[in-house]
Design a protein around this ligand. Structure first.
Ligand code: BGC
Length: 522
C-alpha cells in the first residue's frame, strides 16, 4: 500500500516534469546556460561511414555484386556526377589512415558498416570469403590497437544483387537470408564488437528503393512496395536480434539495436500538433513503434489511414501488411538502444492527396524560407528540430537510451574552411545537450556523419558530409582535414562546445589553420 502511494507520488512528479519541459522548453536557443555547452560525464563521441560509401574495391578478392554496384553501373544518369562507389575513398586499402584520423581527433568510437557481399559473395552462407573476414578483422583490430571502439552496422543498403533478383526486401525469405548473414557476422566479429546495429534507416531504402525510381534497387512498387519492404525489414531485424540474444549475448555481452531516420517536424499552423504527430508516426514511428512501444505493432494512425485509403481505392485489404500477434510479440522490445539518425526538419500541414509528401499521410511537408540552406537540397539547418525529436522519442517510448548514430551537414567540396559545418555542429549539439541536461533525455552517444567525404548516394561526389576532405581525382585518395577537424579536436579535449565567432571573416585565424581558402560558407 505504502509502496503504491510512493509510486503514485513519483509518477505524478515525473508527469509534471515531462509536461513542464515539453510545454515550456521547445528549443535551446534562449538558454545561455554554459552548462548546456558541456558534455555530461561518460558521454561518448565518435564518427562514421558506410561500406558502399567509403570502401571501394567493389570486385576485389571475389566480392559479390550488390544492388548499389548494379544501380550505379546501369543508371549513371541517376547519380548527379555520373560516378559510383567502385573506388570511393578506397578505405579497403586505406583503413589504417582512417583509424589514425579518428584517433587524432580523439574520438572514442568509429561506426562503419559491413558489406554483405564482401563477406558472403553469393549472398548465402555457403561461401564465406576469407578475404572479407580478413579485411574486417584487420579494421577491427586496428581500431582496438588505437583505443577506438568499433560500432558495426550489418546493413547499410547494399543488398546482394542475387537476393534482389529474387525480390530482395519484398520477399519474406529475406528474414532467413538476413538471419543467416547475421549469425556469421556475430560468430566472426562478436567477440571483438560490443555494439551492433542491424539495419540502417529502413524508411530510406524502402521508400526510395522500392517505392519509386530513385535509389537501388530502383523499383517503382508503390502504393504497396514500400510497406512490404518495411514489413520484412522489421521481421529481419527481429530475427537478427533474437539470434544475437539467444546464441551470442550470453558469451559476448554486447548491445544490439537498429537505426532510424527521424526528421524533426514542426506545425506549419501553430498548435496543429495532431499533424505533427501523424507525420512523426509515418516516418520514425513506422519502425520505432513496433519495437519500442509497450503494445508493439505499427502506430494506430498508420494502420487506420492506410486501411481507409486502401478500401477507398478498391483494395480488399490494407496495403499495409498485418502482423500476426506472434510477430508483434517477436518484434516488440528487440533493441538494447534507440539508434537515431537526424539531419533536418520540415514544416507539416494537412493537405489533399495530390499534395501529400509521403504516401497515405494526407500531409504536405515544406521548409521555412528562413532556414539556412546547405549543399544538400533537403537539408536545411534547424537545430530546434533536433531537441524536438529527442523529446518526442523520450515521451513516446518511456525514455529509451538513444545513440545518435548520424548527424552532420554537407558542403559542396570546394573549401576546407567549413565554417557552416562548425556552426551546424555547435547549434545541434547545444540542442542535444540541453535535451539531456534540462529535459532528461537519455542520450549517451553522438556520431559525427561523416568522417570522410564519400560517395553520397545520388549526389555522388558532388557534395560531402565529411569533416575530412578526400581528393577523388587523386588515385591515392588523399585525405585533408577540414577546419571542423580542428574544432572537433578542441571540443573533444575540453568536452565543451565553442561557437564560431561570426564576426571573424577568416576562420583560419581563429583556429590557427594554415593555408585554407577563405569562405564564409561551405
Ligand atoms: C544515410 C547516409 C548518408 C546521409 C546523408 C543518411 O540517411 O544513412 O548514408 O550519407 O544520410 O545523405
Amino acid at each position: 500500500m505504502c509502496n503504491n502511494l510512493v509510486m503514485e507520488y513519483v509518477k505524478f512528479w515525473i508527469l509534471v516534469f515531462c509536461t513542464f519541459t515539453t510545454i515550456s522548453h521547445t528549443s535551446a536557443e534562449s538558454d545561455e546556460d554554459d552548462d548546456y555547452l558541456t558534455f555530461p560525464p561518460g558521454f561518448r563521441l565518435g564518427a562514421g561511414g558506410a561500406a558502399y560509401q567509403i570502401e571501394g574495391a567493389w570486385n576485389v578478392s571475389g566480392k559479390g555484386v550488390s544492388v548499389w554496384d548494379t544501380f550505379t553501373h546501369t543508371y549513371p544518369q541517376n547519380i548527379k556526377d555520373g560516378s559510383n562507389g567502385d573506388v570511393a575513398c578506397d578505405s579497403y586499402h586505406k583503413y589504417k589512415e582512417d583509424v589514425r584520423l579518428v584517433k587524432e581527433i580523439g574520438l572514442k568510437y568509429y561506426r562503419f558498416s559491413l558489406s554483405w557481399t564482401r563477406i558472403l559473395p553469393t549472398g548465402y552462407p555457403n561461401v564465406v570469403s576469407k578475404d572479407g573476414l580478413r579485411y574486417y578483422n584487420d579494421l577491427i583490430d586496428e581500431l582496438h590497437r588505437n583505443g577506438i571502439e568499433p560500432v558495426v552496422t550489418l546493413y547499410h543498403w547494399d543488398l546482394p544483387q542475387v537476393l534482389e533478383d529474387q525480390g530482395g526486401w519484398t520477399n519474406d525469405e529475406v528474414v532467413n537470408w538476413f538471419g543467416d548473414y547475421a549469425r556469421i557476422v556475430f560468430t566472426e566479429f562478436g567477440p571483438k564488437v560490443k555494439i551492433f546495429t542491424t539495419i540502417n534507416e529502413p524508411t530510406s531504402f524502402c521508400r526510395e528503393g522500392y517505392g519509386h525510381l530513385n535509389r537501388a534497387p530502383n523499383k517503382d512498387l508503390d502504393p504497396c512496395g514500400t510497406y512490404l519492404c518495411g514489413h520484412n525489414a522489421l521481421k529481419a531485424h527481429a530475427r537478427a536480434y533474437h539470434i544475437y540474444d539467444r546464441e551470442f549475448r550470453p558469451t559476448q555481452n554486447g548491445k544490439i539495436g537498429i537505426v532510424f531516420a527521424c526528421p524533426g517536424q514542426i506545425a506549419k499552423n501553430p498548435g496543429d500538433e495532431a499533424t505533427v504527430d501523424t507525420y512523426y508516426q509515418f516516418t520514425c514511428g513506422w519502425f520505432a513503434h513496433p519495437i519500442y512501444s509497450e503494445e508493439g505493432d505499427y502506430p494506430q494512425i498508420m494502420k487506420t489511414r492506410v486501411a481507409k485509403n486502401s478500401f477507398d481505392e478498391g483494395y480488399f485489404r490494407s496495403r499495409l501488411p498485418v502482423f500476426s500477434p506472434k510477430w508483434i510479440e517477436y518484434i516488440r522490445g528487440t533493441a538494447d538502444y534507440f539508434g537515431l539518425n537526424h539531419y533536418t526538419s520540415v514544416l507539416v500541414e494537412e493537405a489533399p492527396k495530390e499534395r501529400e509528401t509521403i504516401l497515405d499521410t494526407g500531409i504536405h511537408a515544406s521548409v521555412d524560407s528562413s532556414w539556412p540552406d546547405t549543399a544538400t537540397s533537403w537539408l536545411k539547418i534547424v537545430p530546434s528540430g533536433f531537441g524536438g525529436i529527442l523529446r518526442k522519442i523520450r515521451d513516446e517510448y518511456n525514455n529509451p537510451n538513444v545513440f545518435v548514430l548520424e548527424n552532420g551537414c554537407s558542403d559542396n567540396r570546394t573549401t576546407l574552411s567549413d565554417t557552416q559545418r562548425i556552426e551546424y555542429f555547435y547549434s545541434y549539439l547545444k540542442e542535444m545537450i540541453t535535451a539531456i541536461k534540462r529535459d532528461g533525455c537519455n542520450v549517451t552517444m553522438y556520431s559525427i556523419w561523416s568522417l570522410l567525404d564519400n560517395f553520397e548516394w545520388n549526389d555522388g561526389y558532388a557534395e560531402g558530409f565529411g569533416i575530412v576532405q578526400v581528393d577523388f581525382k587523386d588515385p591515392n585518395r588523399t585525405r585533408t582535414p577540414k577546419l571542423s577537424v580542428d574544432r572537433w579536436k578542441e571540443v573533444v579535449r575540453t568536452r565543451k562546445l565553442q561557437p564560431l565567432n561570426p564576426t571573424i571573416e577568416d576562420a583560419s585565424e581563429l583556429f590557427g589553420h594554415q593555408g585554407r581558402k577563405r569562405s564564409a560558407k561551405c
